[in-house]
Design a protein around this ligand. Structure first.
Ligand SMILES: [Fe+2]
Length: 265
C-alpha cells in the first residue's frame, strides 16, 4: 500500500523539497522542475511516485551540472596555461569571445548556442600551445614552412578538446574557425553551410580582433580597417548574416578590450 498524502496545496510538499534542496543545492532549475511536475500531476496522491520522479530528474540534472563544472574548470585551466605561455593568444581569445558573444546576440541566436560560441572562442587557438613557441610567438613575418606549421592549430585544438565532455560541438567549432565560405580556408577547405554556424560566427570575430588589435610584428590597425575587410568579403569569405550583425553592432566603436568593452545594444 503506497504511502499516500492528501494535501491539496503545494506547500505540503515543502519539507521534501527542502530535503532535495539540501541534496542537490538550490537552483532555478530545481524550482522549475518542481513547478512543472506539480503542473503535470495536478493533484498528486502518491508521494513516493512524485518523490522518485523528482529524484531521477535531479540525478540527471546533477550529472549535467557536474559536466558543466568540468568544462568550466577546463576552460579556466587552459586560459591560465595559455596566459603563462603566450599572453598575446590568451588576450586574443578573451577579446574574440566577447566579440563573438556580442555578434551571436545581435543575430538573435538561442542563449545556449551563444554560450557554446563564447566557450569555443575562449579556447579556439589552444592548439597553438602544442606547436613550437618560437614559431607561434615569432615577431617577424613567417616563412611558408612556418605558416604550414601554424595552420595545424585548428586540428591540434580539436584533438585536445575531443577529450572533454562539452555540451556543445566545441571541438568541431574550433576545427572550423579558419574555414571560409568559398572553400579557400583551412584545414578542410569546407564551403558554405558545410561550416557550422558557430564557426562562421567565430571566424568573423577572430578576423575583426586580429586586424584591429596589436600583433607581435605590427601595431593594431583599428576597428574601421577590420570592418572594411568584413564588409568587402561578406558572402565570399564570411557569412553574410554574421557579417551584417557584426557591422551593425560595431558601427561607431573605436576600440575594445576583453574587460572593459561592452557590446553596443
Ligand atoms: Fe586561429
Amino acid at each position: 500500500m503506497p504511502y499516500t498524502v492528501s494535501p491539496q496545496t503545494e506547500t505540503d510538499y515543502w519539507p521534501e523539497y527542502f530535503w532535495l534542496t539540501k541534496q542537490y543545492g538550490d537552483s532555478g532549475k530545481l524550482h522549475e522542475l518542481r513547478k512543472s511536475l506539480w503542473g503535470q500531476k495536478g493533484n498528486p496522491s502518491d508521494f513516493f511516485e512524485w518523490f522518485f520522479t523528482v529524484e531521477s530528474h535531479l540525478a540527471e540534472f546533477d550529472s549535467s551540472r557536474r559536466a558543466t563544472e568540468t568544462y568550466k574548470t577546463f576552460v579556466k585551466t587552459v586560459s591560465l596555461l595559455t596566459e603563462s605561455q603566450d599572453p598575446y593568444t590568451a588576450k586574443h581569445q578573451k577579446k574574440v569571445a566577447k566579440l563573438a558573444q556580442g555578434i551571436a546576440k545581435a543575430m538573435g541566436l538561442p542563449a545556449d548556442m551563444i554560450e557554446g560560441i563564447r566557450v569555443a572562442a575562449m579556447v579556439h587557438d589552444m592548439g597553438k600551445m602544442s606547436l613550437p613557441t618560437e614559431i607561434v610567438t615569432k615577431p617577424g613575418a613567417l616563412t611558408p614552412f612556418e605558416v604550414s606549421i601554424i595552420k595545424e592549430h585548428p586540428r591540434r585544438g580539436c584533438e585536445i578538446l575531443k577529450g572533454v565532455d562539452f555540451p556543445w560541438p566545441t571541438p568541431e567549432t574550433v576545427l572550423q574557425h579558419h574555414e571560409r565560405l568559398d572553400g579557400s580556408g583551412y584545414p578542410q577547405g569546407l564551403k558554405g553551410d558545410e561550416i557550422r554556424l558557430e564557426a562562421r560566427v567565430l571566424a568573423v570575430a577572430d578576423v575583426v580582433e586580429a586586424i584591429s588589435g596589436r600583433r607581435a610584428y605590427r601595431p593594431g590597425l583599428g576597428i574601421e580597417a577590420a570592418l572594411k575587410e568584413i564588409d568587402k568579403h561578406k558572402g565570399l569569405f564570411y557569412d553574410t548574416d554574421v557579417a551584417r550583425a557584426c557591422l551593425r553592432s560595431l558601427k561607431g566603436t573605436k576600440t575594445f578590450t576583453a574587460d572593459q568593452w561592452e557590446f553596443p545594444k
